[in-house]
Design a binder for this molecule. Structure first.
Ligand code: G6P
Ligand code: MN
Length: 441
């Protein structure tokens, strides 16, 4: 197989997810060869921790790839075909506040859902907008493959600011990750599974699951989760908070007709239980830093001063990196492979707001996402999704209009908040600690 090589930019290159992304690209370099890779981070000190490691992988496994490291957006975006975007505006320090500030008010403390997701969304919109503007000043053709969270709000905001730009692909690896876990439960190959799924990002439901030959697995899977609970495919490597999250899926199924809910829905239905179990002094940001991230930093440190890969573990990422690579591959070579991705509703779900950005199954090729058409949704899901979309949209408007009243409406509508008093209190606190990033008046 000889494929035309590609030029990519990794935006937010200092992320602890970058080493395994590079490892995955190296492992699958025949599928998505690279002529050039640009590592871009506004804070290159962050990239220093992993620099030797990723350069060692590239030098040994893909010496033909030109490598550029930069903190200059113009160098990063002037000549590139794919931006792999995974920035975290405010880094872990702000993630920690996104989680802890709401908990202070007795509210869900999570990076993408609830008030934390609101604050993070407002931060991400700023840097994402800036990035798209610079990328588009050079080329209308560059693909922006966006993982930046909270992807739900980022997707609505990008559609608001850059309407009709079909080359911004908003993606999330959680449906993909759940499918890898489904495959493990069922004892089948995840690459053979296909799903039907609808909702908003971090707010959706699997309604069907079958394989490439048409064999249906949904009932078997549904029963297995009801009876035995749900373990992620990599349960041995997961820490307590994620295992708890997966275990709650069976509980959520009580109010989900005959669907399998995305794990993130727990924050909208099991608030009391989750808040009670949370520790304001030790949230997921702390846990991720001390476990998932520390392991990466340690492996990368071993690469300093090395010339070859002897004794070096090549990190790979069966979900985040795999999906990113497969999405890019499907676009680059017009493969029309199936993914669960975000797309403007525009009638896909006929009885739901056409303006919303939904997350549904669909195909991906050289012209972007071709989403599947869905049947009308029933009252429960419609009610939930209209409410949640209104929250996403008001957050977007609050950012661009710098509007306090829209921010307050957004938070009051959010199912994890629901009262004006709590919305006001948490907004005032978040506003204070996000001063450098966004303002509302
Ligand atoms: C899943 C979600 C991502 C999220 C990540 C957090 O993969 O789809 O949106 O960023 O989990 O993982 P962490 O280990 O940082 O808590
Ligand atoms: Mn996600």
């Amino acid at each position: 197989m000889t494929r035309k090589p590609n030029k990519i930019t990794i935006a937010g290159a200092g992320s602890a997810r970058t080493p395994a992304l590079i490892g995955t690209l190296m492992q699958r370099k025949e599928r998505f060869p690279l002529s050039k890779i640009i590592f871009f981070d506004k804070d290159l000190q962050r990239f220093d921790k992993i620099k030797d490691y990723v350069l060692l992988l590239l030098k040994n496994l893909s010496p033909e790839t030109e490598v550029i490291i930069t903190n200059d957006m113009h160098v990063a975006y002037a000549d590139t075909e794919y931006v792999f975007c995974q920035m975290r505006v405010g880094k872990n320090q702000m993630r920690s506040l996104d989680e802890k500030v709401p908990l202070k008010h007795g509210l869900i403390g999570q990076e993408t859902c609830g008030p934390g997701g609101f604050a993070y969304g407002m931060r991400s919109i700023r840097d994402m907008t800036e990035m798209v503007e610079v990328v588009r000043s050079y080329s209308k053709d560059t693909w922006i493959l966006n993982y930046t969270n909270p992807a739900a709000i980022v997707a609505v905001a990008m559609d608001y600011k850059f309407p009709g730009d079909k080359r911004i692909i908003n993606m999330c690896d959680q449906p993909y990750s759940m499918m890898v876990s489904f495959a493990k439960i069922l004892g089948v190959n995840s690459q053979d599974l296909r799903a039907k799924y609808f909702g908003l990002n971090h707010f959706g439901w699997f309604t069907d699951l079958y394989d490439v030959n048409g064999k249906n697995y949904f009932e078997q899977l549904y029963r297995s989760i009801m009876e035995n609970g749900f373990l992620p495919y990599n349960a041995e490597q997961r820490t307590k908070s994620w295992l708890d999250t997966y275990q709650r899926v069976a509980k959520l199924m009580q109010i989900t007709d005959h669907y399998i809910p995305n794990t993130y829905l727990e924050y909208y239905f099991l608030q009391e239980e989750i808040v009670a179990e949370s520790d304001i002094n030790y949230t997921r940001a702390d846990e991720a830093e001390q476990t998932r991230e520390k392991e990466v930093w340690d492996i990368c440190a071993a690469a300093v001063g090395k010339e070859d890969l002897e004794g070096i573990e090549v990190l790979t990422s069966p979900v985040f990196g795999a999906m990113m690579m497969e999405v890019a591959e499907s676009i680059a070579y017009d493969l029309q492979n199936e993914f669960i991705l975000m797309a403007k509703n525009d009638g896909l779900i006929p009885n739901f707001n056409p303006e919303a950005v939904v997350e549904v199954s669909g195909k991906l090729g050289k012209n972007g996402v071709v989403p599947d058409q869905y049947p009308p949704i029933s009252t429960f899901y419609k009610g939930l999704m209209e409410n949640q979309y209104a929250y996403e949209r008001l957050t977007t408007e609050a950012y661009f209009e710098k509007s306090y009243s829209k921010a307050l409406q957004a938070l009051t509508l959010n199912r994890t908040v629901n009262t004006l008093k709590k919305a006001e209190a948490v907004l005032n606190d978040l506003r204070e600690c996000n001063k450098e990033y966004w303002e509302v008046e």
